[in-house]
Design a protein around this ligand. Structure first.
Ligand code: UDP
Length: 244
């Protein structure tokens, strides 16, 4: 079941159901796109960048990342059972990958970070097969070589940490060349997994204030947050005030 918010169809899934959905995509053994959608992306897609909205429409699975999206679901009368963020979905997929023998590939973040993230994941999930890693600071001219490296590694799961929407655009452009893989953008996840950036404390996550924790730890994020009230206004206008 999907919620339709500002033109984007977003899965109304629990985390367990999202893991099941990804499992089904892996078993389908074809190129599959997963988007964990946040308000910043959706605002841009709905107001000024139709190509981004098209990527959401094309995705095989879209989840509600961010409290803003969960809130918008309530306002639009299509509530989400819970938030399904990129980092949480990736972490939930790790024991599954280890048990099923799915290979994973980590693309993105500063040089060295994906390797460190992979090492930590392997330590946490013995048997996890990391098919490859690559940093995210390559030039467009190097795309072909990176694509070839991933294709040769033949992962079932590809996690791309280039930041949104760069990662979604990159995945869309190259996934068919890579082959049967489930690819998903995960933003700053590798920095957290490598221990370079801390996640907001659990109590903050529970109080739905992870955004505040991230702002305190990375003050430069305020620029991105100015879009949140604009997103909220757009949602209220459309679903509560019935204005265009
Ligand atoms: N990044 C990258 N290549 C780039 C730009 C960014 O690999 O050209 C990485 C960056 O090092 C960080 C992640 O992408 O690990 C972006 O994290 P952020 O939390 O900003 O992601 P968002 O929440 O915007 O998706």
């Amino acid at each position: 079941m999907k919620a339709e918010i500002l033109g984007a169809g977003i899965g109304r899934l629990t985390m367990d159901q999202a893991v099941e959905a990804v499992t089904a995509l892996v078993r389908a053994s074809k190129p599959c796109r997963v988007i964990t959608l946040n308000p910043e992306y959706l605002y841009r897609a709905a107001t000024s960048d139709a190509a981004l909205l098209e990527l959401v429409r094309k995705a095989d699975l879209v989840t509600a990342d961010g409290e803003g999206i969960v809130w918008a679901g309530r306002v639009a009368g299509s509530p989400f059972p819970e938030r399904v963020t990129g980092i949480d979905l990736m972490l939930r997929l790790m024991p599954k990958a280890a048990a099923e023998g799915w290979r994973i590939y980590l693309l993105g973040a500063a040089p060295g970070v994906a390797e460190e993230a992979a090492e930590n994941l392997r330590r946490l999930h013995p048997g996890l097969q990391v098919a490859g890693t690559h940093h995210g600071y390559f030039q467009p001219a190097e795309d072909t070589a990176v694509v070839e490296d991933i294709r040769k590694a033949a992962p079932q799961l590809l996690f791309v940490a280039l930041g949104a929407p760069k990662q979604e655009i990159w995945i869309d452009k190259y996934i068919d060349e890579i082959g049967p893989v489930v690819a998903m953008g995960v933003g700053g996840t590798f920095d957290v997994l490598a221990g370079r950036v801390a996640r907001a404390p659990r109590w903050m996550q529970r109080l739905k204030m992870e955004w505040l924790g991230r702002l305190v730890m990375e003050p430069s994020r305020w620029r991105r947050m100015v879009v949140l009230p604009k997103f909220a206004w757009l949602v209220l206008k459309k679903y509560r005030l019935n204005l265009r």
